[in-house]
Design a protein around this ligand. Structure first.
Ligand code: HEM
Length: 526
């Protein structure tokens, strides 16, 4: 099950034919599966050299060539496609230069596994100077997205249990199901009042409000009214601010920090962050007032995520605010876009949709709403989500900086602080990993299938891997499973009659380039 090339490299180091530093030896030799494997040659040996190459020897586009690809050839918004094109030109490992920044691109499942398995104790995605810069400017705390080092680890250890432990996550099912009920009503209303009785326009936009309501109910135990007929102004502004912040982020980071204050959009970027923190601050303050009131009346203080964080006093209020803001930010268009893409494909493949419908009604007949136990008995539903995330990895290219030690990747040795760009998108479209890679085929994920057994475990890792992996994975999955299963039960989903297709673009995250419009017909038995 583990990558052959990691093993080959590791075996090679072990055989003593390689001059690697003690740090690398330790990192690679600590791989748990090393002793079980027998491979005779390393990638270096395969190329006929016993010496690892250095980063200087790695080829790839110059700064000017990269700029030409981004802005001349128009790949700026489709950098995920650029991964595929560049891997065809340069092979699975290449170096891109962006001014003073050098990025090592990694584009096979084996090599991605190698990078991730050699991570140190405190992995870093990127140093996010612009996001961290805002927090420094306003004297705010870093959250799980922007935190680093031991401080990040401390925050994660406090945030993790109630986000990732199945016994805690399953307690969110009831409130999430209420949000799904309201979303179904909203779909009916939108279709009947604005879509000639059949169409819901801009489904991703509507699901964004659903996801915002869903994550708010988990974090704050509060309904935000995002699914009301008239969405509160504050929510609309929050949505716009997240969008603007994500749009400006990749542009700002291209400039040196000293120039940021002079950029025409820097003030706008700051004001967007101000608004995001303000919304979170209002919610935290509201919750604190509720807790104080309960305490003063001698009542027991019980509640979900935010209450737990505030009451347990493991974090200061400023730290709670920093983390909650980042959870809100990370937890909305990730899930909403995935649900949108899943419905987009199910609408185009009625056979899969019908099988899914049958699976759902056999586990949850009549009016029964699904529980986490029910979801466990819906393998096709899970496969649909996995396949959607393979085709549209929300984070199509993830970054990693190796802070703790030098690492060996393929035939190369990289120094500390190398910035890797893990090309997940290119890998999930590699037909060696996924035959017919452009086709939506959930069955490739079903257990027992021949294809499943051949898949490389790092072929599609949409939530990341290791201790820095997604904090909201379990909540996101629960939310997506509940929404999709109940939508399937209630509606037959068909494509937009205009026949328009939707492509993804990358705006920090991968999002639909144009609105997704779908028809929602009542199931005959409803
Ligand atoms: C379909 C839904 C989602 C996908 C595909 C997704 C994917 C990811 C990925 C790929 C990462 C980076 C992992 C790494 O670097 O190895 C990440 C990080 C993160 N995600 Fe998610 N995510 C989703 C939903 C959510 C939700 C709902 C939340 C909040 C409740 C959330 C909170 C976070 C946070 C806080 C981090 C940063 C963790 C850290 O750096 O320690 N995500 N996510």
């Amino acid at each position: 099950m583990f990558s052959k090339s990691v093993l080959r490299t590791a075996m090679f180091i072990r055989s003593g034919r390689l001059e690697a530093s003690a740090g690398i030896q330790k990192a690679v030799l600590s791989l748990p599966y090393l002793d079980n494997q027998r491979h005779s040659s390393s990638p270096a040996a395969l190329t006929g050299t016993n010496k690892l190459k250095t980063m200087d020897e790695l080829h790839g586009p110059s700064f000017m060539t990269s700029l030409y690809w981004l802005f001349g050839k128009g790949y700026f918004q489709i950098t995920h496609q650029m991964q595929i094109e560049h891997s065809k030109i340069y092979g699975p490992l290449w170096k891109s230069k962006y001014g003073p920044m050098v990025i090592v691109n990694v584009a096979t499942a084996e090599l991605i596994e190698q990078v991730l398995r050699q991570e140190g104790r405190h992995p870093i995605r990127t140093d996010m100077p612009h996001w961290r810069g805002y927090r420094e400017l306003r004297n705010l705390a870093y959250g799980p997205l922007t935190g680093m080092g031991a401080e990040w680890q401390r925050i994660r250890s406090i945030l993790n249990p109630r986000m990732l432990k199945p016994k805690h996550v399953s307690t969110y099912t009831g409130s999430l199901n209420q949000v799904v009920t309201d979303f179904i009503k909203k779909v009916e209303w939108l279709r009947d009042t604005k879509g000639d009785g059949v169409i819901v326009h801009d489904l991703a936009g509507e699901l964004y409000k659903f996801a915002f309501e869903g994550i708010s109910v988990v974090l704050f135990e509060t309904r935000m009214g995002c699914l009301n007929e008239n969405v509160p102004e504050e929510t609309k502004k929050f949505i716009d601010s997240v969008g603007e912040m994500f749009r400006l982020s990749p542009i700002i980071v291209l400039f040196p920090k000293s120039l940021w204050p002079y950029l025409p959009f820097w003030k706008h970027f700051i004001s967007m962050w101000d608004y995001l923190f303000k919304v979170a601050q209002d919610l935290v303050e509201k919750k604190m007032a509720e807790i104080k009131q309960k305490v003063s009346q001698g009542e027991a203080v019980e509640g979900e995520y935010l209450t737990h964080l505030l009451v347990s006093e493991q974090m200061s209020v400023t730290e709670v605010l920093g983390s909650i803001t980042e959870l809100l930010l990370a937890g909305v268009d990730t899930t909403s876009n995935t649900i949108s893409w899943a419905l987009y494909h199910l609408a185009r493949q009625p056979d899969i949709q019908n099988r899914l419908y049958k699976e759902v009604i056999s586990v949850c007949p009549g009016d029964k709403t699904p529980t986490s136990d029910d979801i466990a008995r819906m393998p096709l539903l899970k496969a649909v989500v996995k396949e959607t995330l393979r085709l549209y990895p929300v984070v199509p290219g993830n970054a990693r900086i190796t802070v703790d030690n030098e690492i060996v990747v393929g035939d190369y040795i990289f120094p500390k602080n190398t910035l890797f760009h893990l090309c997940h998108y290119a890998v999930s479209y590699d037909e060696k990993n996924f035959p017919q890679p452009h086709t939506f085929r959930p069955e490739r994920w079903l257990r027992g299938g021949a294809e499943k057994q051949q898949q490389h475990p790092f072929g599609s890792v949409p939530f990341g891997f290791g201790i820095r992996a997604c904090l909201g994975k379990r909540v996101a999955e629960l939310e997506m499973y509940l929404a999709l299963s109940r939508l399937m039960k209630r509606f037959e989903v068909l494509p937009d009659p205009s026949g328009s297709t939707v492509k993804p673009i990358t705006r920090t995250l991968m999002v639909p380039a144009t609105p997704i419009n779908l028809q929602f017909l009542d199931r005959k038995d409803q």
